[in-house]
Design a protein around this ligand. Structure first.
Ligand SMILES: Nc1nc2c(c(=O)[nH]1)N[C@H]1C(S)=C(S)[C@@H](COP(=O)(O)OP(=O)(O)OC[C@H]3O[C@@H](n4cnc5c(N)ncnc54)[C@H](O)[C@@H]3O)O[C@H]1N2
Ligand code: MOO
Ligand code: MG
Length: 398
């Protein structure tokens, strides 16, 4: 049976390679940038006054002068003025251009201004103080943000300041989230004793929409012909299908067989892991990708974080990131020769490292247990006993 690492690598090798599209900056937050952002001007673009006060030539101070005639005022948003008389000063406001003929700004707090004269109240004044010099932060044409970056608050502010009214970002993939199973009814329905409400597609929608996908929620019964007809259309309408349920050994688990009839090539079925052993993955000749997630809610949850989310991020053009590592708070044993994804609650210990409290719950149908847990710790298959303080990667979802 395939290992977790092998299955993961196959999944990532079939990421979508989504095209880029232009969007107005106001709609670009949270999208993945597909062009570098470069400085259209120096940053800052001019010698910028950084404190309200007066601008003087430091040489005058060096000459011992402490009292300056106020010759005018330089406001932000106005063209630069010139101080012609170096024994005088100009009042200056934060964000204004530093007047020509000056090089140093003294704050109002360090002055007394009366009768058209400003008198210094302190002696220690450094040349160039309170001036944010042109190009100190970045130079014109410098690359500020590389392509492949998620547009968060800082990137959005930089994009705006370099004039990107439109940015090229990865197109959002359209993903159909399909629950399967005759026992499943809609959220709004009252289930019969032999039925339950479907919940997996809501879980998947939450994970994938937040990461940048467009999703549609659908449901199919455990009936092979009906499934085949519906899935044929969905394979043309969507970039990827994510099914939940119908991939194990039951007499009504039709997903692998129906996919074969539809010409979707199985890339793997079953992974040496718990939960989620029956995971199925395939691709069509037209570049469509199909995930058949095991129906048990905890399996769906784990597979969504361990495989589906990294695949979506790779499809959008985001580089892969290593999961953080946490230390077990207490020993745990797991006998089967499978990778065990242990539900854990995370906290930071007094030394500042992550610690993971095991929350095994009652198995992969216990979705109520997920309410208390922050992620899954990946315990390798070659060990049965794991000690307190042992460190392993955690796929966290908070
Ligand atoms: N003989 C074997 N039986 C099972 C095996 C096995 O290896 N041999 N694997 C078990 C494992 S592990 C899992 S996980 C499940 C996977 O089952 P399926 O993917 O075939 O899913 P279903 O049979 O359709 O449903 C399983 C379970 O999950 C509930 N479910 C399904 N979809 C939803 C949904 N959208 N919302 C909420 N709950 C859902 C469903 O009612 C079932 O209780 O198979 C084991 N069996
Ligand atoms: O994946 Mo199954 O959920 O191990 O029960
Ligand atoms: Mg089944």
């Amino acid at each position: 049976m395939l290992s977790v690492a092998e299955a993961y690598s196959i999944v990532l090798n079939h990421s979508l390679g989504l095209p880029a599209e232009p969007v107005p900056l106001g709609q670009a937050a949270g999208r993945i940038l597909r062009e570098p952002l470069t400085a259209d001007r120096d940053l800052p673009p001019f010698d910028r006054v950084s404190m309200d006060g007066i601008a003087v030539l430091h040489q005058a101070l060096a000459n011992g002068q402490r009292r300056f005639r106020v010759a005018g005022a330089q406001f932000a948003g106005k063209p630069v003025q010139t101080l012609a008389d170096e024994t005088a000063c100009l009042e200056v406001m934060t964000g204004a251009m530093l007047p020509l003929g000056t090089d140093t700004v003294v704050r109002y707090e360090d002055l007394r201004i009366a009768d058209g004269f400003a008198e210094l109240q302190i002696d220690d004044i450094q040349p160039g103080q309170n001036v944010h010099r042109r190009a100190t932060d970045r130079h014109q044409h410098d690359e500020l943000v590389p392509g492949g970056t998620l547009l968060g608050p800082a990137e959005m502010a930089v994009a705006a300041s370099v004039g990107k009214a439109t940015v090229w970002v990865s197109k959002r993939p359209r993903i159909a989230l399909i629950s399967t199973g005759d026992e499943l009814v809609d959220v709004a329905e009252t289930p019969e004793p032999y039925q339950i409400r479907r919940s997996n597609t809501y879980l998947l929608q939450t994970v994938l929409e937040k990461a940048g996908a467009e999703t549609a929620l659908l449901h199919l019964p455990d009936e092979a012909d009906t499934m085949e007809t519906a899935l044929k259309t969905l394979l043309t309408d969507f970039d990827a299908l994510v099914l939940s349920g119908g991939v194990s050994a039951g007499k009504a688990d039709f997903v692998p067989a129906v996919m074969e009839r539809l010409g979707v090539r199985q890339r793997f079925h079953q992974v040496a892991q718990r939960p989620g052993k029956p995971l199925w993955f395939g691709t069509s000749d037209h570049g469509k990708v199909v995930f058949g997630l095991p129906g048990n809610p905890v399996s769906t949850f784990l597979c969504a974080y361990r495989y589906l989310l990294p695949w979506l991020k790779a499809s959008l053009g985001l580089p892969a990131v290593q999961p953080p590592v946490a230390r077990l708070t207490r020993p745990i044993s797991f006998l089967p020769k499978l990778t065990y994804f242990l539900p854990v609650s995370l906290s930071v210990n007094p030394e500042g490292s992550w610690q993971a409290e095991p929350l095994p719950g009652s198995g992969s149908a216990d979705y109520a247990n997920l309410l208390r847990c922050d992620g899954f710790m990946e315990l390798p298959p070659d060990r049965t006993d794991f000690n307190a303080n042992d460190a392993f990667p955690v796929f966290a979802f908070r």
